[in-house]
Design a protein around this ligand. Structure first.
Ligand code: ADP
Ligand code: MG
Length: 423
């Protein structure tokens, strides 16, 4: 990796402003999943142990900008509420206070919570910090300047920052004040990656730049249009490209198959043709489903009971909708990854939220679990599917960033990474 990390700088006695991802799910002020908190701990602990003054910042949920003079973008259901009511509602739902309390338990009582981000409370608490202590600032997005990447806001945050550390991979594809802007004005001595970002870049970057072959990509999910960039970039690198999910039907259409009422992007059929031809020209083995699980309509509710049948992919009835890959395809795909050395997977093979339609996704997850290959899962729903289906601990790496991992697989430079110092 060509970016500096916290191990490349001397942090002793330094104020380290660390952008972490503490955007945890909460219900009535109670944290319902601590994964992201746990993910942030190694970097925080390292900095504490090395004598830094650790100033943590994060966003949480989709709050109102209650620290601005005028609160904007009021949701229809909150129309007519007074400012006080909006503030109270926002604090109840989106304050980082409960996260600070939990962090304090996990970090031996060393964590203090600041009730604002760049205000009097934050300033006082940071000024009082000793080495090895932690202050968590209140939700960055209580300021609209955060997502607007406002220069004055960056400068105010930089007051807490001798060294800037980015460890929030999930927001690294955004150019916000805390994720990128702050490193732009030369206000910090150094801008470095934390351990989470380092791991993402090493594993995913390593696979893309220098894959151990055979290198197989499995792409699925809802839309070709969401994944054009990923397909295009990976076509340059892989030995085999496997397509599943709703995306397959646009490719079927390009081959002249009937797709019935399946999700299909008619305006992307030409592109699907081009991508197929490109794969051929490059000698990339390109696999589409040979059989398809169909039903009369999309399951409603999504996890409700559904009657299905399996048909050959070139014989989808006009009144049926394709919702998963069939058994023959499952076997074909499992075989195609068997001897792979590197596999990148993005996008479920079917409507995995439904037990009847999760079989294709399960089969692929199982095949990956059984290979000796380095297996990398990117994408929000793909990560959720692998966890929900019980295969998480069998994968080499499940990316912590949904959108960020997709942009990374597209070969795009992430602003939250680009802003860090080169080695
Ligand atoms: P990721 O978030 O991993 O990038 P996507 O958002 O592209 O993945 O796709 C996930 C969604 O695709 C899932 O909600 C799944 O139900 C849906 N999906 C997969 N196959 C089909 C299909 N055949 N028809 C409709 N939806 C599908
Ligand atoms: Mg998704």
């Amino acid at each position: 990796m060509n970016k500096k990390t916290i191990k490349d700088v001397d942090v002793k006695g330094k104020k380290c402003l660390v952008r972490v991802d503490l955007n945890v799910p909460m219900k009535n002020g109670v944290i319902t999943d601590e994964n992201r908190i746990n993910g942030a701990l190694p970097t925080i602990r390292y900095l504490m142990e090395h004598g830094a003054k650790v100033v943590l910042c994060s966003h949480l949920g989709r709050p109102y900008n209650i620290f601005n003079d005028k609160i904007k973008k009021i949701k229809p259901e909150d129309e007519g509420l007074s400012r006080e009511e909006l503030v109270a509602k926002t604090l109840k739902k989106c304050s980082l206070r409960p996260v600070a309390a939990r962090l304090n338990e996990l970090l031996g009582g060393k964590v203090t919570f600041a009730e604002d981000v760049i205000g009097a409370d934050a300033k006082a608490k940071v000024a009082a910090m000793k080495e090895g202590e932690v202050v968590l600032l209140e939700n960055l997005r209580f300021h609209e300047e955060e997502t607007k990447n406002d220069e004055n806001f960056c400068r105010a945050l930089a007051e807490f920052c001798d060294i800037y550390v980015n460890d929030a991979f999930g927001t690294a594809h955004r150019a916000h004040a805390s994720t990128a802007g702050i490193a732009q004005y030369g206000l910090c001595e150094a801008a470095v990656a934390g351990f989470l970002i380092e791991k993402e870049l090493e594993i995913m970057g390593g696979a893309l730049e220098n894959p151990v072959r055979p290198f197989v990509a499995i792409l699925g999910g809802a839309k070709v249009s969401d994944k054009i960039g990923v397909i295009t970039n990976l076509l340059e690198k892989v030995d085999t490209l496997i397509v599943g999910g709703a995306m397959a039907y646009t490719f079927f259409k390009a081959k002249g198959y009937e797709v019935g009422t399946s999700l299909c992007e008619l305006d992307k059929v030409e592109l699907a043709k081009e991508l197929t031809e490109k794969a051929e020209a490059k000698g990339v083995r390109f696999l589409l489903p040979i059989d398809t699980v169909v039903a009369t309509s999309f399951p409603d509710p999504i996890d409700g009971e559904i009657a299905v049948e399996t048909v050959p992919s070139n014989a989808i009835p006009a009144d049926k909708m394709g919702l998963d890959i069939g058994e023959k395809t499952q076997a074909l795909y499992a075989d195609a990854v068997k001897n792979a050395k590197t596999v990148i997977w993005n996008g479920p093979m079917g409507v995995f939220e439904n037990p009847t339609l999760a079989k294709g996704t399960i089969a692929v997850a199982k095949a990956l679990a059984e290979t000796s290959a380095t297996t990398i899962i990117g994408g929000g729903d793909s990560a959720a599917a692998v966890k929900q289906l019980g295969f998480a601990d069998k994968m080499t790496h499940i990316s912590t960033g949904g959108g960020a991992s997709l942009e990374f697989l597209e070969g795009l430079e992430l602003p939250g990474v680009a802003c860090l110092d080169n080695k």
